[in-house]
Design a protein around this ligand. Structure first.
Ligand SMILES: [Zn+2]
Length: 513
């Protein structure tokens, strides 16, 4: 009863002091629109930094610099990851999080705005998935809503989090384990797409990412092979064992591996060899079982070869489960904002990319998609899922890229520092800001989200798939970034001198023949 009275009082106070909801949402849109230049600069800057997972140091410095200047309190290096951070502004409840991935992908360096393969840094990293746009959305949203909380004297706390090393499905299981999402009332995540959509219910697959390393004894491959114990033999036997076993696993499973170390040269018996596995299944229990089978096969391979085996877990995630009331709220606001207004040049750019990639020349999408319910047809994994089992979470896929560009590929980078990305980012930030202000001013929306969440977690309690004490593999990609840093530094976007990154690179948009 006291809670109900308190709630009524809270709503009453809000009603007395703040403008009606529709007016607030309109204000949120306008404040985002006024920050369109900042949104473009962040999008272009992150594109130019092109940092790989766990090495997003310049990206972190740049983003936290903007947020700190605006009065956000910054905690750097959270959960044992030097490039991870949390930014917080405001006081009291509700506490709402904004999160988006920030990492790039190897070998996807690409000149933006041209419909041809042209690397900026030969062999270098790039934003071949478009993760440069996500924090442009969230930072713009955070700053617009912060202004509104200030102006209207509303209580509430905004938290901004980066998705570190999403391409390695690395970071969020560590952040969740360390309780970084504990005080949140809701989390709004977003991810770049060619579509405009959101969904609720179970999505995608659980995953364990782990590396098995075998240690043997080196010897001359011809002179005295009987003295050697081949670690590579163990890797090959493990893979053979796993490939036979696959047939007797549930058809829902997906698994794949790469040999990350296969020795040095044929005439030296490899004393060390490693293989990196992804085990995927539809839920915690099944992915855990397949991981256990994999480890048993690795132990057996070590036994067969008289080598020793060690395992290094790299990351893991549950399958996602997104919150229905939050998804419905978000979807209503998507409908109110509508799709970006694409220009003829944007459409020409999109069609040229589609032609280049042999995809259907449909241009840029112009329709918002229906709200989607649970599905098991999406066979990937995304570690935002870890958050979705700890706090009511929703993920918006916003239209800032081109259909037909291949995922995790340079073609997905072409549009990501062009007006297509810039317009998509502003559209997404408007929806986020409207949703956020609605959550800050309507406690019943948060209560609905929690009612659903309690139902979701009634019989299923999240626990991390990584063993206790596992440290994040923050060393990954350090060698690659070190190699490319000097070239990337020269290509860094300079917003003081150039309006856009395209202007800095001398690209005449759209670069189509
Ligand atoms: Zn992603």
């Amino acid at each position: 009863m006291r809670i109900v009275l308190g709630l009524l009082l809270f709503v009453g106070v809000l009603a007395a002091q703040t403008p009606p909801a529709e007016e607030l949402k309109q204000e949120a849109r306008e404040r985002v629109e006024a920050k369109a230049k900042l949104a473009q600069e962040i999008t272009d800057m992150l594109f130019s930094l092109a940092e790989l997972g766990y090495q997003e140091h310049e990206t972190a410095k740049y983003l936290t610099g903007i947020l700190r200047y605006e009065g956000f309190r910054i905690t750097m290096g959270v959960s044992g990851m030097p490039s991870a951070w949390v930014a917080e502004w405001g006081e009291g409840k509700p506490v709402i999080g904004l999160m988006a991935d920030v990492d790039g992908l190897p070998e996807t360096s690409q000149m933006p705005g041209v419909a041809r393969r042209e690397e900026l840094v030969p062999g270098g990293p790039g934003h071949g998935e478009g993760h440069n746009a996500g924090q442009a959305v969230q930072t713009t949203t955070a700053l617009a809503v912060k202004e509104m909380l200030e102006r209207h004297g509303l209580p509430g706390t905004i938290r901004v989090y980066p998705g570190i090393a999403e391409e390695l499905l690395g970071s969020r299981t560590y952040m969740a384990r360390d309780g970084l999402f504990k005080e949140l009332d809701a989390m709004l995540s977003c991810h770049v797409s060619s579509r405009f959509l959101t969904s609720w219910g179970n999505r995608e697959l659980a995953l364990v990412s782990t590396e098995y390393t075998f240690e043997g004894v080196s010897a001359h491959g011809a002179g005295s092979p009987w003295k050697g114990k081949s670690a590579l033999d163990a890797v090959e036997l493990m893979n053979a064992g796993w490939n036979f076993r696959r047939e007797h696993l549930r058809p829902q499973q997906r698994s794949h591996y790469v040999i990350t170390n296969g020795g040095n040269q044929p005439n030296v018996v490899p004393s060390e060899a490693s293989v990196w596995y992804f085990f995927r299944e539809t839920d915690y229990a099944n992915v855990k079982r397949n991981h256990d089978i994999g480890t048993k096969i690795a132990e057996a391979a070590a036994m067969m070869t008289d080598t020793t085996m060690t395992e290094r877990i790299i990351g893991s995630t549950w399958p996602g489960h997104f919150n229905r009331p939050l998804a419905e709220l978000l979807h209503r606001n998507m409908g109110a904002v509508g799709m970006p207004k694409w220009s003829d040049d944007d459409q020409r750019m999109a069609k040229a990319i589609q032609k280049l990639m042999g995809a259907e020349p449909i241009g840029l999408r112009t329709e918002i998609e229906e709200l989607k319910g649970p599905t098991l047809t999406a066979m990937g994994s995304d570690d935002i899922a870890e958050v979705s089992w700890n706090v009511p979470t929703v993920n918006m896929r916003y239209p800032a890229n081109v259909a037909g560009a291949v995922g995790h590929h340079w073609s997905s980078g072409i549009a990501m520092a062009t007006p297509i990305a810039h317009k998509g980012v502003v559209t997404a930030a408007k929806v986020q800001a409207m949703t956020l202000i609605e959550l800050y001013t309507s406690p019943e929306r948060i209560e609905e989200a929690w009612a659903y969440f309690r139902e979701q977690t009634k019989d299923v309690q999240w626990k991390s798939l990584i063993p206790e004490g596992t440290a994040p593999p923050a060393h990954l990609n350090a060698d690659k970034m070190e190699r490319f840093a000097p070239q990337l530094e020269k290509l860094r976007y300079d917003p003081e001198r150039y309006e856009t990154y395209l202007e800095q690179l001398g690209v005449d948009y759209p670069g189509v023949d």
